[in-house]
Design a protein around this ligand. Structure first.
Ligand SMILES: N[C@@H](CCC(=O)N[C@@H](CS)C(=O)NCC(=O)O)C(=O)O
Length: 217
């Protein structure tokens, strides 16, 4: 099989690459990372400047960074879900929103999770407060944005970024009641078949969530 995806089923950025693969029924081999997979771990450490995943291998090409993986799939493995809007103006907006979800939702999730991973008994309260405040600011920005914009109707780059980041963000700082559009968007995204599949495949790993996984979703 020419496509291989290196990642972990509980990793939000791995979901970002899995969602387009599942949405378009693209055949690939999943290469898991973890204590029992030293060869796969070593491959990722060599492939990415910071050893981060997912990593996609397509024949002789190695593609790092989840956004670039979605772009690669859109170009080389087009399918039912047009991952990047064909209208260049809409594509520019999709790329802008991809940055919002990565840089201001997922980065704040990782800030809080990182504080726990650094010190499970006594996570840095400033890091936790900073991450949670950042999430609340972004929730309010997204709520306002959704008042006059909507996501593309099909699975797109924005879905791939938004679904995993909102899934985990809500576990860290619940989307407040004054953000009903964002709350509804999260529910709609989690119900999409490729997203629901990622959620189900990750269920066995929930005990790994450093803050304790809530009993929902
Ligand atoms: N900018 C990267 C971020 C990827 C990332 O943060 N992946 C996490 C897993 S969700 C990771 O590799 N964590 C392990 C590490 O940082 O060493 C991307 O978009 O692919």
């Amino acid at each position: 099989m020419s496509l291989q995806l290196y990642g972990h089923p509980f990793s939000s950025y791995t979901w970002k690459a899995l969602i387009p693969l599942y949405a378009n029924g693209t055949a690939f081999e999943f290469r898991g990372l973890g204590p029992d997979d030293p060869v796969n771990n070593a491959f990722v450490v060599a492939a990415h400047p910071a050893g981060k995943f997912p990593v996609l291998v397509d024949g002789n090409s190695t593609v790092i960074e989840a956004t670039a993986i979605v772009e690669h799939l859109a170009v080389h493995y087009p399918g039912e879900a047009p991952l990047i809007p064909t209208d260049p103006a809409k594509a520019a907006i999709a790329r802008m929103m991809d940055r919002v979800f990565d840089n201001y939702v997922m980065a704040n999730v990782q800030r809080v999770v990182g504080a726990y991973i650094a010190n499970m008994e006594s996570p840095d309260p400033a890091e936790i407060a900073g991450g949670k405040d950042g999430l609340l600011s972004t929730y309010r920005w997204l709520e306002a944005w959704l008042g006059s914009n909507s996501l593309p109707p099909n699975v797109s780059l924005v879905t791939c970024a938004a679904a995993p980041s909102l899934f985990y963000a809500d576990w860290i700082e619940r989307i407040p009641g004054d953000c009903p559009r964002l709350s509804a968007l999260r529910s709609e995204l989690l119900a999409l078949p490729p997203v629901a599949r990622c959620i189900d495949e990750a269920r066995p790993y929930r005990p790994l969530f450093p803050l304790g996984a809530p009993d929902r979703d």
